[in-house]
Design a binder for this molecule. Sequence first.
Ligand SMILES: Nc1ncnc2c1ncn2[C@@H]1O[C@H](COP(=O)(O)OP(=O)(O)O)[C@@H](O)[C@H]1O
Ligand SMILES: [Mg+2]
Length: 311
Amino acid sequence: MIEVENLSKFYGPRPAVNNLNFTVSQGEVVGFLGPNGAGKTTTMNILCCILPASRGTARICGFDIFEQSMEIRKAIGYLPENPPVYQDMVVDDYLRFAAGIRGVAGKKIAAAIDRALEKCGLKDVRRRLIGKLSKGYQQRVGLAQALIHDPDILILDEPTTGLDPLQIIEIRKLIQNLASSHTIILSSHILPEVAQICQRVVIINEGEIAAIDTLEGLTASLRKSEHLRLRVRNADNGVQQSLEALEGVLSVRRENDSQFVIESPLGSPFQDTVARLALDKEWGIVELSSASMTLEDIFLKLTTEEKETPE
Ligand SMILES: Nc1ncnc2c1ncn2[C@@H]1O[C@H](COP(=O)(O)OP(=O)(O)O)[C@@H](O)[C@H]1O
Ligand SMILES: [Mg+2]
């Protein structure tokens, strides 16, 4: 549905995005994850034909971003980082205006507005001034605007930025509902958000793709070993030494007075062995759980890994 090939954008000699390659299939929800300045907005603007690429190309629903931008605009609904909503317009009027811009046929406009209001939970506020709505509701209007021409693809740039926690939950829910009927790319610098909404993640760092995978795949590919967390009541009697002495243990790290993380080779679950030892020694097991790498660990690893800088 979306195929990106060697896509680059230069501002002067500096690339904002450099040689991106990825695809998105129909019905997928893909997250662009990356720190500020990584190139997320630039990539989205190129896909939406707002910004021309310097090199490479992309096809969306089979249409080329350079040759067939009009077709692509019909297929995509875009919610930019700063929603293009007009504070002094009534919701209904604004959506009628958006429908006009998007080329929705005159006699279909009323139905298109109703559908967008319904999908975004805006029916009760349709006659209100946008400027009088909360930020969460203004963001819904932004989403409704992106949906007005019933596009197959939705591209949402940091859709929850600037909202309070309750509004964030509501917008995420709304996006999850939209995922049943649209292919979605959304960007975020917030890990849990991407983990919650997206099936696949494209991690972008300094204009380049650092990783593309499912969340499980990312975790698995980066995990070189198993980690177990053991918390005990009586940690004073040589727990660390005893754990280190177990055959096959790679390392033991003490996290605090009563808590240890035991590293063992991949595919060699140590729960039973550790539990037996703890029972024998009467340490008093409080917790014995898997301490795998979190998405946050992976993200930090991929975006902060030291680079060779030639002098
Ligand atoms: N119009 C522009 N002129 C020059 N540099 C730009 C312009 N727009 C973006 N950049 C640079 O391109 C890089 C990527 O920006 P952007 O795509 O906005 O990142 P993100 O959305 O991930 O925060 C940044 O280093 C930014 O400073
Ligand atoms: Mg951005």
